[in-house]
Design a binder for this molecule. Structure first.
Ligand SMILES: [Zn+2]
Length: 883
């Protein structure tokens, strides 16, 4: 295990590799505790590197068994091998072949990086630096090689043997109980995309015919007996393959595409070339075991990993600083896929909620970093919302500024220019500049500067001159290491909505029209005067969330209610309601902390009623509109002196007011939306269920005992997991007799189903009451709980820290101490999951002084612990650094 390495890696120190690898021939003999790996590397000097460079290969915990150069064993004095490095000081000056034999213990690999076992299945995870845990290698993404992989195993233990590429050979090994398979991947790839799998697996098979008429075999491998639950994932895969052809002109390239679902996985899924490996949570679904949200996640993640075949695999990253090049771009692509498959407005709202809940919070705290960081100590800690979600927003802004045609031209040029290469962010952006003849120099600051821009708009109407003036100022707050910022380019999409609800033409006073409704802000302050505006309009700003900014404007509550009812931009209808609710909630949090009475906002309730009664709106949108800002949303908007108890009280009061105020309409909606047809996961059906269940939850929040009875009835009569889960979640928020009965019943029904049992743990971890911590502690002793399974850790400890704001942030600091105890216990086994848990402290400085002190004490307890992993040390030291 790598511990306490304190050498930061810097972008400015990048050097091309001294040696290139043309081909890799791997011969892996699987064994539970002693798997043998023979790697034959065909190396050649890199013409771009200094002559006579030494050869240094990365390792991590490896044991060298033998080494040969051009077929002859190497003399011991001519090389040096440690667990972390294999170096040859004076390698030949010409191409040569190096044969390396190592041995690894997959069963002892609890980090789940490299070759490990998920249950009894052998599998690999090599991103970012796992390949060096299998064999010595120049383990960096700009070394791209052609791989041939031979796998050998006991037939009984691993009848299925898979690796990247196409199958070229398979058969029994005569005179033994073993067999083998040989896979060849003709596309050069970096080592992080290597994968192999061996195990007892069932599968579903299908076929896809590409746009040029090639037949591609599709396989999804799952635990035997769970094949039926892979049908939706297969359907999603085929839709994703078709969409990428239609939307981006990208065709699949191998003869076969495989997905393997495993039960122990650190992340969501991994895009290994031709052989994606997935957390089974994002593959397996049936109406009885998966919610609509699970189905939507599967759809999006299957698509995301598939899309990487072009954005990540065919064109990869030069170095890990460029991670957003593949991740931001591929998140943008999966968001667009979902928008086309489902509802564009609802998808945009969902994406922005995620961005604000995770990325805005990260950007405002001690872990803030640019979308392309310039230094890291542990790359595993940079798989962040900033790299992924804000990275996607940057790509979206490019499209907003260049238009759909210009954007497509830039993407086509990127694919044509860089296919087969390891590229940089500069090269990516240059494709858009070149394809559309645009200057994107200032735009590059989005990649370099951390922090969320703050944009303030003042709208003034002059009836006599029939003009409307917008004064717009932008500011980027300081972030760690970046005290002073440069002005950003901000594409601000807007509309001016006339009193009759129609959009006015956007004609500036000098006669120019605003193209596609997008103002491109480039200066700290600028003024736009619109002409031909006789009556006072309401400005609808940052439509569709065209830029990832914090926006303030001099809009009145009447203006916001007007937008909520009339804006042609659905996103801003939703945003107007959110702004009204957050404003009220923040006022009430302030009042509670000053022991003043809370206020009510009858206008907000009426605005919600209007939305609920509008038959033209799709139910999924109405469900979003009726979902009040979360406790975390309110804390984020407050930004300082956060008291989670006051936030909880204010929010609960508003939920009760809305539930009471809309009572009859909610009951009507609940009845109207009850569906007797068989379950279908399609977006329209899911939207109806979402609205029905929001209605049920608001009714229960109003204190109605009839609603509790409705929830209990829905729980027991539900024919699908969405309705059952929604009912038990609603019950869990109320200390009623029906609650424990449902929780106990849930366990009895699903005790043998790991993925559903995760829901049972998470449900209880999130109950916002004083007994929660004791309950969670008790659950860590449950026979089904294990620190060895990342999904289980996330479902109990992760859910408690992320979803239970009042109890994780207990005033006595016991919630923090609990988390730290488990981080320290987990760190020795699985540092990636441990450091992920530590990020629950990312907003600790925004807490009120009492809790802030308790959080700091726990952070210091971690910082002073002995033998921390690099992963956790990096997070804790950055969290504690002076702002
Ligand atoms: Zn990805």
């Amino acid at each position: 295990m790598r511990t306490d390495q304190d050498q930061p890696v810097r972008l400015e120190d990048y050097q091309p590799p001294n040696w290139l690898v043309e081909t890799v021939d791997l011969d892996v003999s699987l064994h539970p505790t002693a798997s043998r790996v023979r790697a034959t590397l065909r190396l050649k000097p890199n013409p771009a590197a200094p002559a006579a460079a030494p050869l240094a290969l990365d390792g991590d915990g490896l044991t060298l068994r033998s080494i040969k150069l051009d077929g002859a064993p190497l003399a011991p004095e001519s090389y040096a091998a440690t667990p972390d490095r294999l170096s040859i000081a004076q390698p030949p000056r010409h191409p040569f072949v190096l044969e390396i034999e190592t041995q690894v213990d997959p069963s002892a690999n609890t980090q789940l990086s490299g070759l490990y076992r998920a249950g009894d299945t052998y599998c690999t995870q090599c991103e970012a630096e796992g390949f060096r845990r299998i064999t010595y290698f120049p383990d960096r993404p700009d070394v791209m090689a052609v791989y041939t992989t031979r796998i050998e195993a006991e037939k009984s233990e691993a009848p299925v043997l898979l690796a990247n590429g196409n199958l070229v050979e398979a058969g029994d090994i005569p005179g033994t109980t073993r067999h083998h398979a040989v896979w060849h991947d003709p596309f050069p790839k970096p080592s992080y995309l290597f994968a192999l799998v061996g195990g007892v697996l069932g599968h579903v098979a299908d076929e896809f015919v590409t746009m040029s008429g090639r037949r591609v075999a599709l396989r999804i491998y799952v635990e035997p007996g769970k094949e039926r639950r892979a049908g939706f994932a297969m359907d999603a895969l085929k839709r994703a393959m078709r969409w990428d052809e239609e939307a981006f002109g990208r065709e699949y390239d191998l003869d076969i595409f495989m997905i393997v679902a495993v039960s122990a996985f650190n992340m969501g899924a991994m895009e290994n070339k031709g052989l994606n490996i997935f957390n089974d949570k994002y593959v397996l679904a049936s109406p009885e075991t998966a919610t609509d949200e699970d189905y939507a996640n599967i759809d999006g993640i299957i698509a995301h990993e598939y899309f990487h075949n072009w954005t990540g695999n065919r064109i990869t990253c030069r170095d890990w600083f460029q991670l957003c090049l593949k991740e931001g771009l591929t998140v943008f692509r999966d968001q667009e896929y979902t928008a086309d498959q489902r509802s564009r407005a609802v998808e945009r709202i969902a994406d922005v909620r995620v961005l604000r809940a995770h990325q805005f919070v990260e950007d405002a705290g001690p872990l803030a970093h640019p979308v392309r960081p310039e230094v890291y100590r542990e790359i595993n800690n940079f798989y962040t919302p900033t790299v992924y979600e804000k990275g996607a927003e940057i790509v979206r802004m490019l499209r907003t500024m260049l238009g759909a045609d210009g954007f497509r031209k830039g993407m086509d040029l990127y694919f044509a220019r860089h296919d087969g290469e390891a590229a940089t962010v500069e090269q990516f952006v240059a494709c858009f500049a070149d394809a559309t003849d645009s200057d994107l120099e200032q735009f590059m600051r989005w990649y370099r500067q951390a922090g969320t821009p703050e944009v303030a708009v003042t709208v003034r109407h002059d009836a006599k001159a029939a003009t409307c003036t917008l004064e717009i100022a932008q500011m980027l707050p300081p972030t760690p290491g970046q005290p002073v910022k440069e002005t950003m380019v901000i594409p601000l999409t807007l509309g001016l909505v006339a009193p009759d609800g129609r959009d006015l033409p956007l004609r500036l006073a000098d006669g120019r029209m605003v193209e596609r409704g997008v103002l491109t802000l480039t200066r700290p302050a600028e003024t736009y005067v619109f002409a031909g505006v006789p009556a006072r309009p309401v400005a609808s700003l940052n439509r569709g969330f065209s830029a990832p900014i914090r926006l303030t404007a001099n809009l009145t509550p009447d203006d916001l209610r007007f937008l909520a009812a009339h804006d042609s931009d659905a996103f801003n209808r939703w945003q107007a309601l959110q702004t009204l609710a957050v404003t009220l909630l923040i006022d009430n949090v302030t009042a509670l902390r000053a022991s003043q009475p809370m206020r009510t906002d009858a206008g907000l309730v009426r605005a919600l009623e209007t939305i609920l009664a509008d038959p033209r709106l799709e139910p999924a949108f109405v469900a979003r509109a009726l979902t009040l800002p979360t406790e975390s949303d309110i804390a984020r908007e407050l930004g300082r002196d956060v008291d989670p108890d006051a936030i909880f009280t204010a929010r609960n009061a508003l939920r009760a007011t809305v539930g009471e105020g809309l009572g009859a309409a909610l009951r009507d909606a609940y009845r109207r939306l009850a569906d007797s047809a068989p379950y279908s996961p399609d977006a329209a059906s899911a939207g109806r269920r979402a609205l029905k269940n929001v209605a049920l939850d608001l009714l229960a929040a109003s204190g109605s005992s009839a609603a509790i009875a409705m929830a209990a009835r829905q729980y027991s009569s539900a024919d699908n997991m969405t309705d059952r889960m929604a009912a038990v979640t609603t019950l869990s928020l109320h200390p009623v007799r029906e609650r424990q009965a449902a929780i106990d019943d849930f366990y009895r029904r699903y005790r043998d189903d790991a993925l559903v049992l995760d829901k049972w743990f998470a449900l209880q971890a999130a109950i916002p009451e004083a007994a929660a911590l004791d309950r969670v502690r008790e659950l860590t002793r449950h026979p089904a709980f294990s620190l060895g399974n990342p999904n289980r850790v996330r479902s109990l400890i992760g859910a408690f820290a992320q979803m239970n704001q009042t109890q994780f942030n207990r005033a006595d600091g016991e919630g923090y101490a609990f988390l730290v105890d488990h981080v320290l216990a987990l760190d020795a086994h699985n540092p990636q999951v441990a450091s992920r848990l530590m990020t629950a402290f990312k907003s600790w400085r925004a807490l009120e002084p009492g809790r802030r002190g308790k959080a700091e004490a726990e952070l210091r307890r971690v910082a002073t612990a002995s033998s921390l992993s690099t992963d956790v040390r990096d997070i804790v030291e950055r969290s504690l650094a002076e702002p």
